[in-house]
Design a protein around this ligand. Structure first.
Ligand SMILES: Cc1cc2nc3c(=O)[nH]c(=O)nc-3n(C[C@H](O)[C@H](O)[C@H](O)COP(=O)(O)O)c2cc1C
Length: 182
């Protein structure tokens, strides 16, 4: 749960953006844009109005939210800039770099896709060449008793992942990676 009294300074936000900026990208195309939504700003109001019900209890409390968009289509003009087939990979990587930078700054991040993408794309004047993807909420952990039980419970759920043997292959498709292999 985010501390809704915490704010990030301009230079702190710049540091987070620099981490995303320096993520590698295919052909150094950097085919993505981040919309910065600081709590209390017009962009924040645009985002909050479009959140799904499940996300509206916690996202607005974050200090800043970065909304990600990838360049996935070319424009109609003859000299329109090319897009990259790896745009989705690249924007995910930029998001991961930003997330790790936030962690080193003692901040908490939570990514989300639960919002009205079409409506927010219009609100942000997103060109048709770009696809709106996710939000990355960043802030300081706050007091869970400040919010309703259902929202607070999100912070206490048991974290799980698929086993490494399930996500990695030692050879072809049917050969799982043997964890602990020397
Ligand atoms: C692309 C993407 C979309 C997500 N959408 C939401 C969301 O709309 N609401 C939410 O609460 N969490 C969302 N999450 C967070 C995941 O639900 C979360 O990472 C997963 O449940 C594992 O939880 P953990 O990372 O805390 O272990 C999203 C994460 C990603 C990467």
């Amino acid at each position: 749960m985010y501390d809704d009294a915490h704010t990030l300074t301009g230079p702190e936000i710049d540091q987070l953006l620099a981490a995303a900026q320096w993520a590698p990208s295919a052909g150094n195309s950097q085919p993505w844009i981040l919309f910065v939504c600081e709590r209390g700003s017009p962009n924040h109001a645009r985002l909050v109005a479009r959140l799904s019900r499940g996300n509206s209890g916690w996202v607005p409390r974050a200090s800043v939210v970065f909304v990600t968009a990838a360049h996935v289509r070319t424009g109609t003009e003859a000299d329109a800039p090319a897009y990259s087939d790896y745009a989705l990979y690249d924007v995910g990587q930029a998001a991961a770099h930003l997330t790790l930078q936030a962690r080193t700054m003692g901040l908490h991040t939570h990514q989300f896709a639960g919002f009205d993408h079409e409506a927010l794309a219009v609100d942000l004047a997103l060109p048709g060449t770009h696809l709106l993807l996710t939000g990355i909420a960043v802030g300081r952990q706050g007091d869970p008793t400040d919010v309703d039980e259902r929202t607070a419970a999100r912070d206490h759920k048991v974290r799980e992942r698929r086993a490494v043997a399930e996500i990695a292959r030692a050879g072809t498709w049917t050969e799982p990676w043997a964890v602990g292999h020397q």
